[in-house]
Design a binder for this molecule. Structure first.
Ligand code: MTE
Ligand code: MO
Length: 206
């Protein structure tokens, strides 16, 4: 009997329309911000369960328990970066410490300079969604989001916000930076949800 030939793993792992480039591109809008540990804080705000904001200083945030996630990374401009080992604070851990109010169905993640990305609570709460402090066993480099970036592996990478400073719990959906500039509100790369004109009724706020 002939053994089934092995399919290169990256083929089955690559969403439609994506390719694996040489190297690992770095891409973002604007400049790399300076990290100032004395004034840096990570805030959880909006519709929290207590009604209060939660704040984590750099020493507090960097001491939170970490988990490791192996994940690929798909940019809407069609390159994918395969097999990244991210380590950081899972959204489950953060939500335990700073729980959302009942009725929170959406989240906005905020970065330095006002960059933002929104997602459904169901995407935020997925087991592999995290706030990464390390990539491949080293602190994340400044241009990749040091000290903390979001990693939402199952959505296009613009949702994986670098230089995160806050999470805002939302009772109603609102568009983030790219979502209000013509990109798809949901951004599932397996369904090629690239642009907002593809949105079906109910997939985004008006
Ligand atoms: N704060 C911030 N985060 C960001 C961006 C940005 O412009 N600002 N760009 C996003 C986009 S479009 C992509 S593809 C990835 C790129 O991550 P990388 O530079 O590690 O490859 O970061 C995302 N996170
Ligand atoms: Mo991107």
């Amino acid at each position: 009997m002939v053994e089934q030939s092995e399919t290169p793993q990256e083929e089955t792992r690559l969403p439609p329309g994506q390719y694996v480039p040489r190297g690992r591109p770095v891409i973002h809008y604007g400049r790399v911000p300076t990290f100032r540990p004395a004034t840096w804080e990570f805030r959880v705000m909006g519709a929290t369960a207590s009604g209060e904001q939660h704040r984590f200083t750099w020493p507090q945030f960097s001491e939170l328990p970490r988990t490791t996630v192996m994940a690929d990374f798909h940019c809407v401009t069609k390159f994918s970066i395969m097999g990244n080992e991210w380590r950081g604070v899972s959204t489950a851990t953060l939500m335990e410490l700073a729980p959302p109010a009942p009725g929170v169905k959406h989240v906005m993640i905020w970065a330095e300079y006002g960059y933002s990305a929104n997602m459904r609570m169901s995407d935020f709460g997925r087991g592999h969604t995290l706030f990464a402090l390390e990539l491949d066993e080293k602190p994340i480099s400044p241009e990749r989001g040091f000290p903390v970036r979001a990693i939402v592996p199952h959505l296009y990478a613009w949702k994986s916000v670098k230089w995160v400073r806050a999470v805002e719990y939302l009772l109603e959906d609102r568009r983030g930076f790219w979502e209000e500039r013509g990109y798809h509100n949901l951004a599932d790369p397996w369904r090629e949800q690239r642009y907002s004109y593809q949105e079906e009724p109910g997939e985004g706020p008006l």
